[in-house]
Ligand binder design. Structure first.
Ligand code: AMP
Length: 603
């Protein structure tokens, strides 16, 4: 079995790690970085880029550069209202009312885009480890619901990865803590990333960790902070020049980029200057924006967002039935946890110094790698019990929500509910499954209507159907049903409405694998052409430098060889032919150089 990799599939950046003889290590990507931007860009010619290259084209091609895809994973279009102003590409409503992205006349689903990021991480891992990688652990925000987890798993499958486990990001960070420290304490994992915020309270008893409570907000992250600064910059421009340029996508993208840079600078400096030359033009010439943003101004505008994180911390403590004094350490995770005011608020709330020993960008991937080590049997005697962050239940009479598995229940968990029919000979029963904490069914997230089909005809109320609701270790919901009269698992089949069907996932996986193969073939051809070109340059240099001492027939043969090589380069798309020409040019050069200087020819 090859290595299992741990992947932190982030809103802004992704990180991949593995276990190397009981030590977690971050995998270096193809560009030499430890972090890969979670960005996918498409060129006009249909080429696709992932990571740093895609991020670079975001400014000039905002329509065709997809970032923050995680905010749309497993979301219905109508649930994505808050996320839409954060992006400049086109988000559409697709099948099952899910979100899609329209680029270059094609629509992509969020799992497909995420799969492209995962494919890149997989490739980097294979290059780095020198072996095929087929299995992975992927992390998700603790507050991801079933649909979002399912979509993440689908993304892994499309990318050709067998996703062995989906784990919660703060739980992964707690695993990293547990692996490193193994001392008894109660810790709070404060995870503030690019698109989400999670707080988990974890009780650690030497090598056993138990998540006591977890809270979060899936629409609260660095992107929301950038949006605030971006709006402020747009307002500065409007005040100075008297008109609004927020409708221009390229301007918005440049402002968003400048906003993030200003935010990063303000984590170290007390003020920052924003300079955006040639933003737009009027009859009087180009217009620029130059202004100063102080840390105090920034903190004032972002404070309401920062305070939301503290509200969640309070609720998490209440859920865990603990007081601030019970918390021994606070582990800071995620890029946004570097903001000085955020650190101050957390320190003031918990009245404890913060544990900043872990790299907030990498600790989640490190934890995922440790989970991989546990599954591989490499990491022993570390156990972490996780909980479900959302209550699972069904809709009952009066559009009410009946909880079956309350939030903060240790997973895997299972509950059984008996259901029956309401009319004579009823053959199907529909069960509306939801996740959330609200009393009214409609105020919670609908996972869909599960349909139990094939019930034996019987008087109303007679069938006794046992429906099992389970949440597995991935936090993924499964529903199974059994007619207790029939005994056997029965003829009851369940139709569960999820984002992508199994068949669609399989088709997309094949498509992605074909794309990968085509890319490999194209890269191999590029490399071959490069080799032929290199031999030609060597021969040209040789002719220029040694032409005078060569025999006439050699010069003419050399010119013929150059012609043949150039012809092959421009005309041939046949791999074997190019290989032959390349090898032949090399042999020819060796032959000539040996003729001139028999002792110095390099073989
Ligand atoms: P993550 O999802 O953990 O990769 O976090 C990414 C988010 O953290 C992005 O919104 C970044 O702009 C933000 N971030 C990273 N470093 C800093 C920093 N030094 N100060 C403020 N925000 C940061």
């Amino acid at each position: 079995m090859g290595k299992i990799i741990g992947i932190d599939l982030g809103t802004t950046n992704s990180v991949c790690a593995y276990m190397d003889r009981n030590e977690p290590r971050v995998i270096i990507n193809e560009e030499g970085g430890r972090i890969t931007p979670s960005v996918v860009g498409f060129s006009k010619g249909g080429e696709r880029f992932v990571g740093d290259i895609a991020k670079r084209q975001m400014l000039i091609n905002p329509d065709a550069t997809i970032h923050s895809v995680k905010r749309f994973m497993g979301k219905r279009f109508r649930e994505a209202g808050k996320d839409l102003p954060l992006v400049n590409y086109k988000v559409t409503e697709e099948k099952n009312s899910e979100c899609g992205f329209e680029v270059g006349g094609r629509t992509y689903t969020p799992p497909e885009i995420s799969a492209m990021i995962l494919q890149k991480l997989k490739r980097s891992a294979e290059d780095f480890l020198g072996e095929a990688v087929t299995e992975a652990i992927i992390t998700v925000p603790a507050h991801f619901n079933d649909r979002q987890r399912q979509a993440t798993k689908d993304a892994g499958t499309i990318a050709g990865l067998n996703v062995l486990r989906i784990i919660n990001e703060p739980t992964a960070a707690a695993l990293a803590y547990l692996h490193d420290r193994r001392k008894s304490s109660t810790i709070a994992v404060f995870d503030f990333g690019g698109g989400t915020f999670d707080i988990s309270i974890v009780q650690i008893d030497r090598d056993l960790g138990e998540v006591r409570a977890t809270r979060g907000n899936n629409a609260l992250g660095g992107g929301d902070i950038d949006k605030l600064i971006m709006d402020w910059l747009l307002e500065q421009f409007r005040r100075e020049h008297g008109f609004d340029i927020s409708g221009d996508k390229v301007v918005r993208q440049r402002m968003r980029d400048a906003a993030e840079r200003a935010k990063l600078e303000l984590s170290a400096a007390l003020d920052t200057e924003v300079q955006l030359p040639f933003l737009t033009a009027t009859q009087d010439g180009p217009l620029h924006l130059q202004c100063t943003l102080t840390r105090a101004q920034f903190e004032t505008m972002a404070l309401p967002l920062f305070e939301k994180t503290i509200e969640e911390c309070k609720r998490a403590l209440a859920d865990a039935r603990l007081n601030v004094e019970d918390i021994d350490e606070i582990v800071m995770v995620g890029g946004s946890s570097r903001i000085p005011r955020v650190k101050e608020l957390v320190r003031d709330f918990f009245r404890r110094p913060l544990n900043q020993a872990f790299n907030p960008d990498e600790v989640v991937a490190i934890g995922a790698a440790i989970q991989a080590g546990i599954l591989e049997g490499e990491v022993k005697s570390v156990t972490l019990l996780d909980v479900t962050s959302l209550s699972l239940g069904i809709e009952v009479e009066g559009r009410k929500f009946a909880k079956l598995i309350p939030k903060n229940t240790v997973i895997p968990a299972q509950r059984v509910q008996l259901v029956s029919t309401v009319v004579e000979n009823q053959r199907t029963v529909k069960i509306h499954v939801l996740q959330g904490e609200n009393a009214l069914a409609t105020d919670n997230t609908s996972l869909g209507e599960f349909e139990l089909c094939g019930i034996e005809p019987a008087p109303r109320g007679a069938p006794r159907i046992e429906v099992k609701f389970g949440i597995d270790a991935n936090g993924i919901v499964n529903v199974s049903a059994r007619d207790t009269r029939g005994g056997a698992h029965g003829n009851i089949t369940i139709q569960a409405p999820t984002g992508l069907s199994k068949l669609e996932v399989e088709q997309l996986r094949e498509e992605a694998a074909n794309y990968e193969r085509d890319q490999e073939a194209a890269t191999a051809m590029k490399e071959l052409r490069f080799q032929v070109e290199r031999h030609l340059v060597t021969l040209e240099t040789f002719l220029r430098e040694q032409g005078a001492v060569l025999h006439k027939t050699d010069v003419s043969e050399l010119e013929q060889a150059l012609k043949r090589g150039r012809m092959a380069l421009t005309k041939s798309s046949d791999k074997t032919n190019l290989e032959e020409v390349g090898a032949w040019l090399k042999r020819f050069y060796l032959h000539l150089s040996e003729k001139i200087n028999p002792s110095s020819a390099i073989h």
